[in-house]
Design a protein around this ligand. Structure first.
Ligand code: NAI
Length: 334
């Protein structure tokens, strides 16, 4: 296949080149993000490989279709950024990487919990300044605390297992309870009960119309005062303005984010020399009890190798059978 690979960085190229044995496919690496203004870069390609902040709306898909693109392969599990109905209407097949390393994301989620609880981000800076005072660094034992997991698929289940290892009590909310979680002692409850009882709430559900702003002002008000919220799923599951209001009043005690509603204009680039135009994001960075990472939860060697290998599998299978090995279909949204 001739593949235009959007939003690539050197690490993507390294892992994709390694997986593209005998150069079966011709990969054209593009640094830019895919959107209406860059879709023409796919000219000459019959497939497009996209990442989480590429835009695959109807307009972009129509432009790709006109160029002869028959296949979109996502280097991600999430597919909320693709208009699947439009793709189906145009006869463009969409493949994804349904599972690469749930451990990568779950372990990063745990890292955010530990960082916020034990104030590692503040301690690191303090010690480098020669300040060894402990005031303001007080944490709590995770052992015996209640962790609420929203979405117990591959990543949520893995995170629940890690937190069980710390001796936490696990609650979960998911319209489709995971039998493995039930067997390991996770208790499924309604969302209001999970919010009211959890010291730590962690989001692991996909972004769908039902989960957009699932954590809004009302949900934040229903949480235990001073609780910790962690989001490594998709930014728009959380209403960022409501979260800032809850941080200002102290209702929310700690916030860990790996994803952000408007991250497409920020993440995966070095903007350290630029003026930050997003005032909401800038406000988030002013809180001592907020830690933000730039969508790096997936970023392990193991996950990148698995993403590259599944991407090749999607391309190989499409070439052989006219469909990707791991297709995404409109039905999956139901
Ligand atoms: P999965 O499909 O295995 O599990 C998702 C779970 O969410 C399912 O059990 C589903 O029933 C549940 N769910 C659906 N609607 C829900 C709702 N309204 N309330 C509660 N639960 C609901 O997906 P997986 O692999 O565990 O990934 C979860 C999410 O993590 C992905 O959709 C993606 O957005 C995000 N992700 C983030 C990464 C990062 O680097 N930060 C990397 C990979 C995934």
């Amino acid at each position: 296949m001739r593949v235009a690979v959007f939003s690539t960085r050197p690490y993507d190229r390294q892992f994709l080149d390694r997986a593209n044995r005998e150069q079966r496919h011709t990969l054209t690496y593009l640094e830019q993000r895919l959107d209406a203004s860059t879709a023409s870069s796919a000219e000459g390609s019959n497939a497009v490989c996209a990442f989480v902040n590429d835009r695959l709306d109807a307009q972009v898909l129509e432009a790709l279709h006109r160029l002869g693109v028959q296949l979109v392969v996502l280097r991600s599990a999430g597919f909320n950024h693709v208009d699947l109905a439009a793709a189906a209407g145009l006869g463009i097949a969409v493949g994804r990487v349904p599972e690469y390393s749930p451990h990568a994301v779950a372990e990063h989620t745990a890292a955010l919990v530990l960082t916020l609880n034990r104030k590692i981000h503040r301690a690191y800076a303090r010690v480098r300044e020669g300040n060894f005072a402990l005031d303001g660094l007080l944490g709590f034992d995770l052992h015996g605390r209640t962790v609420g997991v929203i979405g117990t698929g591959k990543i949520g289940a893995c995170f629940a297992g890690i937190m069980a290892g710390f001796g936490c009590r696990l609650l979960a909310f998911d319209p489709h309870p995971n039998p493995a979680c039930v067997a390991s002692g996770v208790r499924y409850v309604g969302l209001p009960e999970l919010l009211a009882q959890s010291d730590i709430v962690s989001l692991h559900c996909p972004l769908t119309p039902a989960t957009r702003h699932l954590i809004d002002a009302a949900a934040l008000a229903a949480m235990k005062p001073g609780a910790m919220l962690i989001n490594t799923s998709r930014g728009a599951v959380v209403d960022t303005r409501a979260v800032i209001a809850a941080l200002k009043t102290g209702t929310l005690g700690n916030l860990g984010l790996d994803v952000y509603e408007e991250e497409a204009d920020l993440f995966f680039r070095d903007l350290s020399g630029d003026v930050l135009h997003d005032d909401i994001f800038a406000r988030l960075l002013t809180f001592p009890n907020v830690v933000v990472t730039g969508h790096q939860a997936f970023f392990t060697e193991d996950a990148l190798a698995a993403i590259a290998s599944t991407t090749m599998d999607n391309l190989d299978t499409f070439e052989r059978e006219g469909r990707p090995a791991h297709p995404v279909s409109v039905e999956r949204l139901a």
